[in-house]
Design a protein around this ligand. Structure first.
Ligand SMILES: *Cc1c(COP(=O)(O)O)cnc(C)c1O
Length: 391
C-alpha cells in the first residue's frame, strides 16, 4: 500500500468493544488481568499488553503502530515531546566517559542538552563540521557512542549527507542517529539511507495544526541492547511516555500528514522562488531552490519536495524587526509546520538566551528570518511577505 492509504488503514491490535472506527482515547490508567500467571507474564515483559499507562497505553500503541506502518521502523516509542524523545535516546546510548560526535548546527535545546546536561554526567559533545567527511571519520574513536545529526538544520539549512556519513558509522560500528523533524519519514526510507535511529518532534508536521506536543524514536533494530534500553529504561524509568490525549490528536494528524506536506512543500517552493527575486532580500535558504548549496544532496536523499521551512536574510537586524512587525497574515510565533503560516526572528528569540559568541559559533545571524509555510493560498502569503519587506 502507498503512504496515503497506509496512513488511514493501520489496524487496531484489538477490535474496539463498540466497533469505534477511530481509535478511542483510553484515559484509563490501569488494566485488569484474569489470573496471576498471565499478570506475571505481562509484568515480566513476556506478553506485551497495557498494564499501566506510564509504560503502555492502547491509544499510544496505535499511534506507534501507525508510524511503524508509515516508516518501516522495527520499533517506535512515543514520548511527551521532541526533547523527551531526544534526551531519552541519548541517555540510552551514552554513558560516563563516552563522547557524542555532532555539529554546532543544532536545535537550541538539543545543543544545550549535549553541551550542558549530558556534560554533567561525564559525556563529551564533539561538535564538528559534519559536511567534512574526513573530520567525521577523524572525530570517531573507541569511546564514541553515536553520531547525532539533524537532517536539515534550522535555521542554517545545512543538509547532512546521511548516505555518506552512514558509510563511515557502519565501518566504525557506531550508531547513526538523525533528528528528522524537518523532513517527515514518509518522504524517505531511513533504513535505506543507513540510519540506525530517527528522532522526530511530532509536535511539528505530525500533530498538524499545532494541537499537541510529542516526540518519537524510530528504531531500525541494528543495536539490540539500545532497543531494550529504550523500551525498558527510558520509558519505565524516565517517565516521559506520550499521553493518550496527545496520541489521539497525533493519530488524526498522521492521517493527513502526506496531503499537508505535499501542499505545504509546493507552496513553499513557489514562495521561495518569488522571495529570491524580491528587492531587499539578500539571500533565500530553501533546499528546493536549484541554486541552494545543498540542493543536489537534498534531492538525492528526499526527492523534489523540500518541506515548508524557508529562511531568508534582510540587510540589517532593524529591517528584520521591521519586517516581523509589518506582517498581517503570517503569525509572529515559534513552532514549525502548523496549518497557519508563521514567522520568527531566530537570533533574538529561540537563540536569544545564548551569548553572542555562542550564536556566532552556531552561525545564527541577526539578519535571518525563518518562515513556516502553512495551508493558506501561496499568493496571499507572498503578498503579505512582499508588503512587509522594505528595500
Ligand atoms: C521542535 C524541534 C525539537 C524539539 O521538539 P519539542 O516537541 O518542542 O520538544 C527538536 N528538534 C527539532 C529539529 C525541532 O524542530
Amino acid at each position: 500500500m502507498k503512504t496515503n492509504t497506509k496512513a488511514i488503514h493501520t489496524e487496531f491490535r484489538r477490535r474496539d468493544a463498540y466497533d469505534a472506527l477511530q481509535i478511542p482515547i483510553y484515559t484509563a490508567l490501569a488494566y485488569e488481568f484474569d489470573d496471576a500467571d498471565y499478570m506475571s507474564d505481562v509484568f515480566c515483559g513476556k506478553v506485551i499488553v497495557p498494564d499501566y499507562s506510564r509504560v503502555l497505553n492502547p491509544t499510544v500503541i496505535h499511534f506507534e503502530d501507525k508510524i511503524k506502518d508509515l516508516s518501516g521502523a522495527t520499533e517506535v516509542s512515543a514520548f511527551n515531546s521532541g526533547m523527551a524523545a531526544i534526551s531519552a535516546l541519548l541517555i540510552c546510548v551514552a554513558g560516563a566517559g563516552k563522547n557524542i560526535v555532532s555539529s554546532r548546527h543544532l536545535f537550541g535545546n538539543t545543543y544545550l542538552f549535549l553541551t550542558k546536561t549530558l556534560k554533567r554526567f561525564g559525556v563529551e559533545a564533539r561538535l564538528i563540521d559534519l559536511t567534512d567527511l574526513k573530520e567525521v571519520e577523524k572525530a570517531i574513536d573507541e569511546n564514541t557512542c553515536c553520531v547525532f545529526l539533524e537532517s536539515v538544520t534550522n535555521p542554517q539549512m545545512e543538509v547532512a549527507d546521511i548516505s555518506s556519513i552512514s558509510k563511515i558509522t557502519k565501518k566504525k560500528g557506531v550508531p547513526l542517529i538523525a533528528d528528522t523533524t524537518i523532513i517527515p519519514f514518509t518522504q524517505f526510507d531511513g533504513k535505506e539511507l543507513g540510519l540506525d535511529f530517527q528522532v522526530v518532534s511530532s509536535t511539528k508536521y505530525i500533530s498538524g495544526g499545532a494541537t499537541s506536543l510529542g516526540g518519537v524514536i524510530l528504531d531500525y533494530g541494528n543495536f539490540p541492547e539500545v532497543s531494550t534500553l529504550i523500551k525498558k529504561d527510558a520509558v519505565f524509568n524516565l517517565g516521559g511516555y506520550m499521553t493518550p490525549q496527545a496520541a489521539y490528536m497525533q493519530v488524526v494528524g498522521l492521517e493527513t500528514l502526506q496531503v499537508r506536506y505535499d501542499r505545504q512543500a509546493e507552496s513553499a517552493l513557489k514562495i521561495a522562488q518569488k522571495l529570491s527575486e524580491t528587492p531587499g532580500v539578500k539571500c533565500v535558504g530553501y533546499p528546493g531552490l536549484e541554486e541552494h548549496p545543498f540542493h543536489d544532496i537534498f534531492v538525492s536523499l528526499y526527492g523534489n519536495k523540500a518541506g515548508a521551512m524557508i529562511t531568508f536574510d534582510l540587510e540589517s537586524k532593524e529591517k528584520a524587526f521591521n519586517f516581523i512587525n509589518s506582517l498581517k497574515l503570517f503569525h509572529r510565533a515559534t513552532n514549525l509546520f502548523d496549518n497557519r503560516s508563521l514567522a520568527i526572528h531566530p537570533a533574538s528569540t529561540i537563540f536569544g538566551p545564548l551569548s553572542e559568541e555562542e550564536r556566532k559559533a552556531m552561525d545564527i545571524k541577526d539578519t535571518t528570518i525563518r518562515l513556516s509555510i502553512g495551508l493558506e493560498d501561496p499568493d496571499d502569503l507572498y503578498e503579505d511577505l512582499r508588503q512587509a519587506i522594505t528595500e
